[in-house]
Design a binder for this molecule. Structure first.
Ligand code: ZN
Length: 208
């Protein structure tokens, strides 16, 4: 997803749960994943390239880092790790066919409102799911608005360029990816919070 949507989704899901300092650090850790070095060779940061298992493991690795940092009394790396974790969780809905498969259950003229999407449908999560592949070196050129219409026809339909729901221009499914990402981010907070004893939880929330 584009940076402005990662920021909006994360803030919408987490504001009120964290101090402003904590939320700022989480937003930094989240959006930093889309730096060039985070785009190349790291499909697990973004649920790209069908890297579902690697991405799920990456989320759990970051959850472990959250706790380890809090136990050291070091909240900043915990917030950054939680930011990375939420970035991956949010990209799942923008880069996989989860939203499409969820909507396929309804007639094309009878989609429920976007807020109705269940981000954790067990049948869908059980798979098989697909996510867009990054085809180098063409894919990044499709991210440049002026070049997109020339590059898109050259890329296969299973590419990230064709499959992504990264921004509203991708069509009506974007609203479902966005709504699912907000709910999933709140869920990831709940999972992480439940795993922490009270003292570490208040440090995590920036209130300890
Ligand atoms: Zn990403």
């Amino acid at each position: 997803m584009f940076k402005e949507y990662h920021l909006a989704i994360t803030a919408q899901a987490l504001r009120g749960r964290f101090s402003e300092t904590a939320l700022d650090a989480i937003l930094f850790g989240n959006t930093r994943q889309d730096r060039p070095a985070g785009q190349i060779g790291h499909p697990e940061y973004h649920f790209d390239d069908n890297a579902f298992e690697r991405s799920a493991a990456y989320i759990e690795r970051n959850r472990t880092e959250v706790r380890a940092a809090l136990e050291r009394g070091d909240a900043l790396p915990a917030w950054h790790a939680f930011g990375r974790l939420t970035h991956a969780a949010q990209d799942f809905y923008a880069h996989s066919d989860y939203v499409t498969l969820w909507l396929d259950r309804f007639p094309a003229d009878g989609w429920p409102p976007a807020d109705a999407i269940d981000p954790l449908d067990a049948d869908l999560l059980a798979g098989p799911l697909r996510s867009g592949k990054i085809y180098w070196p063409l894919e990044p050129f499709s991210w440049i608005p002026a070049l997109k219409r020339f590059v898109l026809p050259l890329l296969p339909r299973d590419s990230h360029a064709w499959m992504n729901l990264d921004w509203p221009e991708r069509g009506p499914k974007f609203a479902y990816a966005y709504a699912a990402a907000v709910k999933r981010t709140a869920h990831e907070f709940d999972l992480t919070a439940q795993s922490l004893p009270p003292e570490l939880l208040s440090r995590f929330m920036g209130r300890g």
